[in-house]
Design a protein around this ligand. Structure first.
Ligand SMILES: [Zn+2]
Length: 296
């Protein structure tokens, strides 16, 4: 422990408030790690510890020891838990994360509305790069290079999913779907964030306007992703078959059940979404490439 004393001065006393609000990533990374122990949990698996090693000013295990010394963390059997003394810094950091998310969402939305999906992706990447592990807790998987082009397809989509809807509703739906696709995360909006005419246009017997908007947008994003999977597999030599996978619950319709879990040659796979789907949510089926074993 003596080298820690050298690093952090005689007292080894950390300033939680300063770390939680610092612009330096290696500072706030420490409070992010501390936040991981709001609920008691064992130390992270070694692979994750190595990621933390890179984000923290001292190695992962030394950081836990340092927190323990501050009285911020205690070991109970195999599990670590943040103490009441650490709660204010954790709360401060969580508030900071919420504020940063609230600030970045409208920026991406504005880029989507301007149909500049490259800019939207650049904003997402910059936001995630500021996270200690390079990834926010609420976003989808790391975006591929083609991600902004895929999101862009939603904005220019002409598909029967949009049949019968007025232009204003279609435009709004595409922007909503594109925004969520860009983040790789899907969430339902509160009613005040969905225009009244859009709610009226989409409401069904089974779903409120906001629920229907969510599922319709989800279908648009899913369609674009499915198309991409199909095109990629059709053009390549590595995948011969696609499996149709998807939700299997009380809202899965009989038609979707006939293909759920089945495998098809890429050229013969049924088109998604199923036009005959009768689910109140719309078709939730997607293509999953089947990895061939070498024996075949
Ligand atoms: Zn169905």
């Amino acid at each position: 422990m003596s080298f820690l004393r050298n690093l952090f001065g005689k007292s080894s006393k950390l300033d939680g408030a300063a770390l939680a609000t610092s612009p330096e990533k290696s500072d706030y990374a420490q409070i992010e790690l501390l936040s991981e122990f709001r609920e008691p949990r064992p130390a992270h698996p070694s692979l994750e510890q190595r990621l933390w090693d890179r984000a923290l000013p001292q190695p992962y295990t030394d950081t836990l020891a340092l927190f323990q010394k501050q009285g911020w963390l205690e070991l109970m059997g195999e599990r670590w838990q943040a103490t009441a003394a650490a709660a204010p810094w954790i709360a401060q950091y969580q508030a900071r994360l919420a504020a940063e998310k609230a600030a970045v969402l409208p920026k991406v939305r504005a880029a989507i509305v301007a149909r500049d999906t490259s800019e939207a992706l650049a904003i997402r990447r910059a936001y995630e790069a500021r996270q200690p592990l390079g990834k926010a807790a609420w976003t989808g998987p790391e975006p591929q290079l083609s991600h902004s082009a895929l999101t862009r397809r939603i904005l220019f989509l002409d598909h029967w999913l949009l049949d019968g809807l007025d232009e204003e509703t279609v435009t709004w739906l595409k922007q909503y779907a594109a925004e969520q696709h860009m983040w790789g995360a899907y969430w339902q909006l509160p009613p005040e964030e969905v225009p009244v005419h859009v709610q009226q246009a989409l409401t069904t017997d089974a779903l409120t306007g906001t629920e229907a908007a969510y599922w319709k947008a989800h279908q648009l994003a899913l369609y674009v992703d499915n198309q991409e999977t199909w095109q990629r597999c059709k053009g390549g030599d590595h995948v011969r078959r696609l499996e149709i996978v998807g939700a299997d619950d009380e809202q899965t319709c009989e038609h979707c059940r006939t293909t759920l879990g089945k495998q098809f040659l890429v050229a013969r796979v049924p088109e998604l979404p199923h036009r005959a789907c009768t689910s109140i949510y719309g078709c939730r089926c997607r293509y999953e490439p089947v990895l061939e074993s070498y024996e075949e």
